[in-house]
Design a protein around this ligand. Sequence first.
Ligand SMILES: [Zn+2]
Length: 665
Amino acid sequence: MDKENIDFSDVEKFLLTHYIKCPTHKRSVIYLRLDDEEDPQVIKCQKCLDEKKYKCFIDIIELLQSDNHFIFQKWPIHDDDSIYEKLEQIRQWPFAKYCQEINLLFDEIIEAIQSKRKSILKNLGLIEEITQKPLNFFKEICQKEKLIDIIKTQFGDQKKQNEMILNIIKQNQENYEKNKNLLIELINQANKNLFGLDKIQNIKEEVLSSIQKVNNFDDLQVIVDQSNNITIENYDQCFKKIKITKIEELNKYYDYQKIKIDFREQYLSFIDIYIISQSLNKFKKINEFSLRISGNTIYNENVCQIIKGLFKYQTLTKLKLKFGDTFNYIGSEGAKCIAQFIKQNNNLVKLHLNTKLKDIDQEGASSIADAIEACQNLNNLTLYFRINFNSAERFKKITRAIEKLQKLEILKLDCSSNYIGNEIAKVISNSLEKNINLKELDLNLDYSKIEDEGAFYIGDALTKLQNIQILKLSLSCNQIGVKGAQKIIKDLENNKKIQDLHINLSNSNEICKSVIVASLKQTYESFSQIKNLNIKCNQKKTCVVQNRIYLNKQLIKQINIFVFLITLNLLKIKEVLNIVIICILIYIIYISVCLICIKIYLSIQNSKHNNQFNDWRIYLQFEVSIYQSINCYLFISFYLFLQFYLPSNQYIYLTFYFYNFLIQK
Ligand SMILES: [Zn+2]
């Protein structure tokens, strides 16, 4: 049958004459059902479809009439309509029309340029005419030809010669003023019209740069080459992430594009580094690259050697470099190599840099800063600068670069152990408040000598980050007092989108107490959207939330903590009730296990001594378990009482103190 030549009515006729009607509905069949390998009757009528709503089907008429690029809505993909819509959108993209438009557009531009050229050349001709005038006039009045002629011919007759020349002098003197004025006028006129090419040169650059700006299609060929490689067979290979943990494995994966290399703690020699570098150069293409060689002693030469192996890749989207270790000696030279590589991959979306550079100087800091600034597509940035800087000024370059990244949504910044003081808090805060698109922030400033003043800067910056959803803030081992800590907690009240909050403010008992009470209050009153709260202090008794999983011997404590955590997580009463029921069930199981143990113990004792209930320890154990279960029920009923009869924010305090009371016991 010739598919191409059948028109609509022919297709219908064809179906009517060659196919019987649907056996269930006695209607003519028009659908192919393609989602059930068990169904013996795959050709269906409209009614079958209406009744059953098949997941996967196609219209037979559409099938027979379809051209090469037709897209079925429910076949072979049936669970995602957006794919069909996107394919259809791509199919309808008017390539030919756009070609025509582009041709017309450029014809117009070329025509305009041509006519401009013609008129400029014509004007040049006119200018030339004007500039020739003073020259011609000068030639005329200096009578050069006449003088040459006299010298050449009249040498025999001195008298006549003198007469002729004197005649010329006389003539010149007669017309002197008139000629001079006319010549000056002609020169002025010519000068007015003389011009250099600088102006036109400027225009050239302007035109060329605006032509460059029209749709930058630089990466297209790369994408075409790349997508030519995509076949179902090598799809997995190209796009799967591969983790390499041994040097000798490197040569097996040259086809892969997402590479994760983990050689930490392997004591790499310089030869090893050289081999790694050579192998990296042999990959066909790398899109995502992660290298972890911490635990080795890394020098500038090692870093630059590795980067040399990577240098041919310029289209990375994700890059992770983990050289960080206590024993490494990467200075500004290494930093510059890294920076240069980052800079040429300016399409990076995700960058993770843990280089733990040692004594990085001004130059190293600014090269890293330049590199970060060049990557304007960065969405996810992680920087570890522990023990790197001894002045906030150097760090300023980096933060200035970060504040210019307008697409940044996730930022992790670890500047701990730099001991710079309030200045670093100020530098970081001033920049952070400009990254208003941030959704996730992880800021670690432990061991930074920050005081209340620094905490104020941080609090002010946090208030401005209105899109933050996840915030991790670590400021422990600083000199922040109660005021600073409270200010941060108070400022956070304004961040209405926070869902996940982890704060480590101090190691002082006093601050912990005041901050926890304040934050508990605020958690309940202002942060109604928070799903996860983690307040961490280093003092055990006050900072209850720190240890989520207690490995205490007494089960009662585990349950109490569990219930307490539930209140913190702000679950609804109904959900809490469910948890309470589960707790009771767990307790019943616990008691029954105890009873079984006692029974077994008794039976063993029985068989040994043939004497029942003679061991006093059994009674004690039994009583302890009873005491514990009563304790638990008391707690649960007290808890329920609080849940139902007290205003909402008070019961949190009460639970909190009741919990403390229990723990102390
Ligand atoms: Zn039917």
